[in-house]
Design a protein around this ligand. Sequence first.
Ligand SMILES: C[S@@+](CC[C@H](N)C(=O)[O-])C[C@H]1O[C@@H](n2cnc3c(N)ncnc32)[C@H](O)[C@@H]1O
Length: 292
Amino acid sequence: MGIRASRPRHPRLTGLPSNTVVNTAGPFLKWAGGKSQLLTTFSDFLPESFDNYFEPFVGGAAVFFYLRRNRPLFRATLADLNQELVNCYQTIRDDVEELILSLKEHKNEAEYFYQLRAKDPLKMSEVERASRLIFMNKTCFNGLYRVNSKGKFNVPFGSYKNPRTCDEANLRACSKVLQDANIRYQPFEAILKQAKKGDFIYFDPPYQPLSSTAKFTSYTKNSFSSEDQERLAETFSRLDKRGCRLMLSNSDCQFIRDLYKDFRIETVQAMRAINCQAVGRGRVNEVVVMNY
Ligand SMILES: C[S@@+](CC[C@H](N)C(=O)[O-])C[C@H]1O[C@@H](n2cnc3c(N)ncnc32)[C@H](O)[C@@H]1O
């Protein structure tokens, strides 16, 4: 797959970052659908403790970073189907100092941005790819990640005055809390082979669009279809029968409510501004599904 294989670096609990040390790590990317604004609401829903945590649609990892700050030690498996994103987490875990050096070399100029955007990340080193993703996320218009059908990043330059392209302190803090994380480039179904009874899994898939013009599912070159939502609901049911603790976010629509009708469904409100159509702007309802 042209990317480092995921590898649990320390398979035992010993050596995991201690929650007694103050840890301030938080998302280092702006990611569509990020959950930072919902963490206070989520704190009532998240289990108090668990040994193993899985986040199969990790995106900006707001929930993982929150749990690292607020829960006792746990082993984490973070996964996503966006190869650049997965490489970024692996690089922050394994090579954060090289990454910081590389981030300091970028120039916040349109011509430079478009040259870098045109480059093929598969021909770059892992550090260069991670550095490219962070830099472009901070300097592109609206700070989002979107690719076209060929998988090429296609967001224009944002012309921001002083974008924070290298937050050294946060990158080092993230590296610390990622040291023991198993970071994988894999589709969500792979979790069926990995999770066992008692494990906690948070699913934050691309949301089911509320209308055909309101969709933002371009995190990867293959967008997330209704059939994918159905396969996810089947995966959820199978993991429920196995005895895993499960929590899932999605948009509040009848299709999703029907898929999870056998489970507890809470409604939460989020500010969403990713769509250019009015329907995706402002305060919108989202659902949180739980099997506990
Ligand atoms: C809504 S975002 C996650 C947001 C994240 N929880 C946060 O706080 O920023 C959904 C993620 O799912 C990933 N994704 C899309 N299709 C996938 C699939 N089939 N399997 C695994 N991940 C997928 C996307 O690359 C994207 O990062």
